[in-house]
Design a protein around this ligand. Structure first.
Ligand SMILES: CC(C)(COP(=O)(O)OP(=O)(O)OC[C@H]1O[C@@H](n2cnc3c(N)ncnc32)[C@H](O)[C@@H]1OP(=O)(O)O)[C@@H](O)C(=O)NCCC(=O)NCCS
Length: 179
C-alpha cells in the first residue's frame, strides 16, 4: 500500500480531514507551534513557514505516514492536525498523534472526533489490530481525550523525555481491535 500518494479525506459530523498541502503552512499554523501553551508537551517547540512546508512535503513522500489537516465543516477553518506514523501494515498497527492548535477550540471534543475517524479507518478498512500513541504523563487533557476513545496505558517510561531542565514521564497507550 502506498499511503504517501493517497488523497484521502474523512468527514465526521463537525470535521473534515484532508492531507496537508503546501498552502496549509500558514502563519497561523506556525503560531500554534510557537505558542508555549500549545507546544508545552510537544517535541516541536518552534516552527517557521518554511519548516512547515518542508515537513508537509516530507510526510507526503513518506510511505508510512499520513498527515492530515483538521478543518471545521461549518466554515472550513483549519484548527489542527492529526497524523498516522508509522503505519505498519505487516504488524497491523499504526501510531497516531493529534494537535488542536487553535486554543479557542480546545475542550469541544474535536481531538477525539478527528482521531476517531482515523481509528475507524485503521480498524474497519485496513483491518489493523492496534492503534497506539505516546503522550507526556502531565498532558491531562490529551490523556482524557485518549481515554474517551478507549486508549489504555500499556507502558510508562519514567523521566524519559527532557524539555530543558524538566524530565517527564512518557506514557504509551493503545486501543486493540474491537471484536
Ligand atoms: C490535548 C489536546 C489534543 C486535546 O484536544 P481537545 O479537542 O481539547 O480534546 P477533547 O475535547 O477531545 O478532550 C479533552 C478532554 O480533556 C478534558 N480536559 C481539558 N483540560 C483538562 C485538564 N487540564 N485536565 C484534565 N482534563 C482536561 C476536557 O474536558 C475533555 O474531556 P471531556 O470531553 O470529558 O470533557 C489539545 O489540547 C492539543 O492539541 N494540545 C496541544 C498539542 C498536544 O498536546 N497534543 C497532544 C500531544 S500527545
Amino acid at each position: 500500500m502506498d499511503f504517501s500518494r493517497a488523497r484521502l479525506a474523512f468527514e465526521s459530523p463537525r470535521l473534515t480531514l484532508r492531507i496537508m498541502e503546501d498552502r496549509d503552512a500558514t502563519e497561523e499554523y506556525a503560531g500554534w507551534l510557537n505558542d508555549p501553551e500549545v507546544n508545552r508537551y510537544l517535541a516541536t517547540k518552534s516552527a517557521t513557514i518554511k519548516e512547515l512546508q518542508d515537513y508537509i512535503q516530507k510526510k507526503d513522500l513518506q510511505a508510512d505516514a499520513l498527515f492530515f489537516g483538521v478543518y471545521l465543516k461549518s466554515n472550513g477553518a483549519h484548527i489542527g492536525t492529526v497524523k498516522l506514523e508509522p503505519i505498519e501494515p505487516a504488524q497491523k498497527r499504526a501510531t497516531i498523534a493529534v494537535m488542536i492548535g487553535n486554543k479557542m477550540h480546545w475542550g469541544k471534543g474535536y481531538a477525539a472526533e478527528a482521531m476517531k475517524l482515523l481509528m475507524d479507518w485503521c480498524f474497519n478498512e485496513l483491518k489493523f489490530d492496534e492503534v497506539n500513541l505516546g503522550v507526556i504523563a502531565k498532558n491531562a487533557a490529551a490523556i482524557r481525550a485518549y481515554e474517551k476513545l478507549g486508549f489504555v496505558e500499556t507502558k510508562r517510561e519514567i523521566a524519559y523525555v527532557r524539555y530543558g531542565d524538566e524530565l517527564h514521564d512518557h506514557v504509551l497507550m493503545a486501543v486493540k481491535k474491537r471484536s
